[in-house]
Ligand binder design. Structure first.
Ligand code: FAD
Ligand code: MLT
Ligand code: ZN
Length: 458
């Protein structure tokens, strides 16, 4: 029997897609950087047992597998390269919430659950699932864990890695590892689940996860703040943390050009009456009453203003206004998707130096360069997008300038978007030979045939 018939035997003929118009969306990445790769077909299993049988069949036939969630990844990890026989394995039909244990504060979900659905399920149970990012309406938990996604709440709650207590994984030979333990304490050897988090589908297929839930904040304050410079933003962060502590949940930096781009894209208006060179969008959340929290935030901001760390600030007066401010922030990527993007990190204290040095290094070669800077400054993570549009032709040279500065400051060339195909070669300049050797050894041990997402990460 031919290969596709055997796939169809496992998932049903309707879940093996081959028609050009059906497979096209699965073969093109979110940034449209990788549009040429083709796979033999797209398979859409509905259960872990089906994934297991599919993987065993592919291993026997030496066909590679590209796991795909919401296909919102920004490093080209979720689409085929076309370099060898491949299939795309979409997790979208595996979208059940298996259980929620309110007393243990955990939720067990299948990998294809959309992030927003998990957030809503937590909310319906009076809990909070803190992972939050612009693509949350379409990215999936399996993709979030496989990229170790960050987003806007990392400052308080950590990255995807810190939200996971257990995993179920189909290994590259088709065996199922049931690690779905909802334990907060488990010191029984190597923490295997963390190997698969951030592995971008190169070590196995995550089919389900036990995730931590948090208490749901009852008081939320959203502040939009005008600041003089990145140094003022970093000082403001320290000042607000000192006054508000753990309650500071998000602290996002937005440069004036980024704000202008998104305001024009959304046909919105500036949140503050006068323009400022930089802005911070911050979320402060707690139990108790919003009125009380608001007073405390106002006092904290007044104190920071006296110290000279901010120029102006406004607090959202309603949930709708708060949503509007967050929509501005979350729409920045789509407002300037064409520029040369970078997802970089340094120690938060070095952010001001990073911004100054990047501008100087880029301007030395390209005097009319126009950076759009925004990102998760509280985590030391900036999205440093280089415009104007014509700079796209200069992408490799621009990347090199940016990554060299990042390396000099001891930073990372991929803070939260992973390596995928995009940074697979570049990372070789930044990791030591020993680190690369250890990664390759892990890959060989778990996936000796090299069928899991080839051409990505390593
Ligand atoms: P995909 O894109 O489908 O896949 C990503 C990688 O994971 C691929 O290598 C794929 O092979 C692998 N994979 C997917 N599912 C599985 C699985 N079940 N098992 C094994 N491997 C799997 N990212 C951030 O970190 N922070 C942000 O703030 C952020 N904001 C974004 C905003 C926008 C508008 C967009 C378009 C993207 C943003 N992203 C952000 C990037 C993206 O949303 C994340 O990387 C997300 O975690 C990817 O999830 P996905 O389901 O779309 O995965
Ligand atoms: C964000 O923080 O908005 C994202 O990570 C997306 C991007 O960098 O474009
Ligand atoms: Zn981001």
């Amino acid at each position: 029997m031919d290969f596709q018939r055997r796939l169809a035997d496992i998932v049903g003929a309707g879940n093996v897609l081959t028609a050009a118009e059906d497979v096209k969306p699965y073969f093109i990445d979110a940034r449209r950087l990788y549009t040429a790769g083709r796979a033999e077909c797209v398979v859409r299993p509905a259960s872990t047992a089906e994934v297991s049988r599919l993987v065993a069949l592919c291993a026997a036939e030496d066909v590679a597998i590209v796991p795909q969630g919401g296909n919102t990844g920004l490093s080209g990890g979720s689409v085929p390269t076309g370099a060898r026989r491949e299939i795309v394995l979409s997790l979208s039909r595996m979208n059940r919430i298996r259980s929620l244990d309110a007393l243990n504060d955990t939720i067990t979900v299948e990998a294809g659950c959309v992030l927003a659905t998990v957030q809503q399920a937590a909310e319906d149970a009076g809990r909070f699932f803190p992972l939050s990012l612009g693509a949350e309406g379409s990215c999936q938990i399996g993709g979030n864990l496989s990229t170790n996604a960050g987003g806007v709440n990392v400052l308080r709650y950590g990255m995807a890695r810190e939200q996971v207590l257990g995993l179920e994984v189909v290994l590259p030979d088709g065996r199922v590892w049931d690690g779905l333990r909802g334990l907060r304490k488990d010191n029984t050897g190597y923490d295997l689940k963390q190997l698969f988090v951030g592995a971008e589908g190169t070590l196995g297929i995550i089919t389900a996860a036990v995730l931590r839930l948090r208490p749901k904040p009852t008081a939320n304050v959203t502040a939009f703040i005008g600041v003089e410079s990145p140094r003022h933003a970093v000082e403001l962060l320290a000042a607000l943390r000192g006054r508000l502590g753990e309650r500071l949940s998000a602290f996002e930096l937005i440069s004036r050009p980024s704000l202008e781009a998104v305001v024009s894209h959304l046909k919105d208006k500036d949140p503050l009456p006068a323009p400022h060179p930089w802005y911070v969008l911050s979320e402060i959340a707690d139990g108790g009453e919003t009125t009380l929290l608001r007073e405390q935030v106002e006092q904290a901001l007044a104190g920071a203003a006296e110290d000279g760390w901010l120029r102006d600030a406004t607090l959202a007066q309603s949930v709708t206004q708060a949503r509007g401010l967050w929509k501005l922030r979350e729409s920045i990527p789509e407002a300037q998707f064409v520029n040369v993007k970078h997802d970089i990190s340094v120690a938060a204290s070095r952010i001001p130096e990073l911004v100054d040095r990047l501008a100087a290094a880029l301007r030395a070669k390209y005097p009319d360069v126009y950076p759009y800077v925004f990102g998760h400054v509280g985590d030391g993570n900036l999205h440093y997008n280089v415009g104007p549009e014509k700079m796209v032709k200069e992408r490799p040279a621009v990347n090199r300038i940016v990554y060299d500065v990042v390396a000099e400051l001891g930073g990372s060339i991929s803070a939260e978007h992973g390596l995928g195909q995009l940074k697979r070669e570049e990372i070789r300049r930044h990791k030591s030979a020993l680190e690369l050797e250890l990664m390759a050894a892990l890959k060989r041990t778990l996936d000796p045939k090299g069928i899991m997402n080839p051409g990505k990460v390593l």
